[in-house]
Design a protein around this ligand. Structure first.
Ligand code: 5GP
Length: 144
């Protein structure tokens, strides 16, 4: 997928927004959704997306939608750090397959990090059990 690829309505995150696929939610309002990454690289790895901007990557995202989503990225990162007390938190955002993007609906990763703790590979492995994701999500939600 190149940087100027067109938005496809049937991407995984569009299906999550429509309710066609499940997710473990952390935060939702009229425009923004945050949920647990199903292949978490660390405990607490979650994603933040805009529900209404049909945007492939940060380059084609309307600036008002980008402003809305980044405010919630900060809110979720604050909650994740309050809930999980990591040593750090990585905010990541990939644009184009060449950069590592695998889902072509603009999103931000919030990845709590801990010194000396191994991390799982990006977007690979087996889907994490929902109960385990839900247990971590409940802690983050409680800190929102
Ligand atoms: P990207 O590689 O595009 O930056 O990030 C996409 C992210 O979505 C990856 O971290 C991957 O683990 C996650 N992901 C892929 N499929 C699903 C899914 O069906 N549900 C959830 N919650 N996350 C997914």
């Amino acid at each position: 997928m190149s940087l100027d690829t067109k938005y496809e309505d049937n991407n995984i995150f569009a299906k999550i927004i429509n309710g066609d696929l499940p997710c473990v939610k952390i935060y939702e309002d009229e425009n923004i959704l945050s949920f647990m990454d199903i292949f978490p690289q660390t405990e607490g790895h979650c994603l933040v997306i805009h529900k209404k901007a049909a945007s492939v990557n940060i380059l084609d995202m309307p600036t008002d939608a980008l402003a809305e989503v980044i405010l919630i990225v900060q809110k979720v990162a604050r909650a994740a750090t309050a809930a999980l007390s990591p040593d750090g938190v990585r905010i990541v955002q990939f644009n184009g397959a060449s950069a590592g993007q695998t889902v072509f609906h603009t999103h931000f990763h919030v990845i709590p990090t801990n010194d000396g703790m191994p991390e799982s590979n990006h977007a690979s492995g087996s889907p994490h059990p929902t109960e385990e994701l839900e247990a971590v999500a409940a802690k983050i939600r409680a800190a929102l």
